[in-house]
Design a protein around this ligand. Structure first.
Ligand SMILES: [Fe+2]
Ligand SMILES: [Fe+2]
Length: 248
């Protein structure tokens, strides 16, 4: 653009653009999953309050997508997000009762994913000074606290229901794999990468080592006490997750 020079402190790196575009894609995925999950909650006759929370979360995630895209464009990005259609829905396994699948998604997406999201976004926001990115992280962090609560409320409700005993078995079987996956998706393989240019941090990024450390801290701060409160042994599942084969 003739006559236009971005202020040097606003210049964003390729890493910044890649990350914010990835976030747009991730937010679309979260929105679609939660919308789909809320339908499942309707199908198993969850309370209207829980359904309302689910629908509100689906919309929050679209707002996050919009704010992330705005940040991406401000960072100089101009590509369309690549949305993988098959990932924008929950796949139903008809051989199993729907309650079992609802339990797995509750554990993996909300009790694990949305719970670690709170300290992750809190840390990302601390060094974020570029206004457009900061506004996105402000809103995301505020919402993630409620998304986390939704997961634990849903879990409590499931464990008060008639299938509780069966669902506890599902939790014991599935948690190690879910813990393994969260460690893999947040820095476990790249945890030696601890540095990052200050400019990238100002745009709301952080290096893999910090993601990794936050996932580890979330075990003691959130997963052990919160799962413990409903009688689920998260420590055993975590220890088991360290033995899960890389293909798991
Ligand atoms: Fe989000
Ligand atoms: Fe969320």
């Amino acid at each position: 653009m003739i006559g236009f020079m971005a202020k040097p402190e606003l210049v964003a790196s390729e890493a910044v653009r890649d990350e914010w575009l990835r976030r747009v894609q991730a937010e679309y995925t979260s929105a679609a999953m939660t919308q789909n999950f809320t339908l499942w909650l309707m199908q198993i006759a969850a309370s209207p309050d829980l359904i309302r929370s689910g629908l509100r979360i689906a919309w929050d995630e679209m707002v996050h997508a919009r704010l992330s895209h705005k940040t991406y464009v401000a960072a100089g990005g101009n590509k369309a997000p690549e949305l993988l259609r098959e990932r924008l829905a929950l796949r139903r396994n008809e051989a199993e009762p729907l309650e079992i699948e609802v339990m797995r998604v509750t554990l993996n997406t909300y009790c694990i994913g949305e719970t670690v999201a709170v300290p992750l976004f809190k840390t990302l926001r601390e060094s974020c000074t570029i206004p457009v990115a900061r506004r996105a992280l402000d809103r995301i962090l505020r919402d993630e606290v409620r998304h986390r609560a939704f997961g634990w409320t849903t879990l409590e409700w499931l464990l008060e229901g008639p299938m509780a005993a069966e669902l506890r078995v599902v939790a014991a079987q599935a948690l190690p794999r879910f813990f393994y996956k969260i460690q893999m998706s947040y820095g476990a393989a790249l945890k030696h990468l601890a540095t990052m240019p200050a400019q990238d941090r100002a745009w709301g990024l952080m290096p893999p080592a910090e993601y990794h450390a936050i996932v580890e801290r979330t075990l003691t701060r959130d997963w052990l006490p919160r799962f413990g409160a409903v009688g689920i042994d998260a420590q055993a599942a975590w220890d088991e997750s360290r033995r899960v084969a890389p293909t798991g």
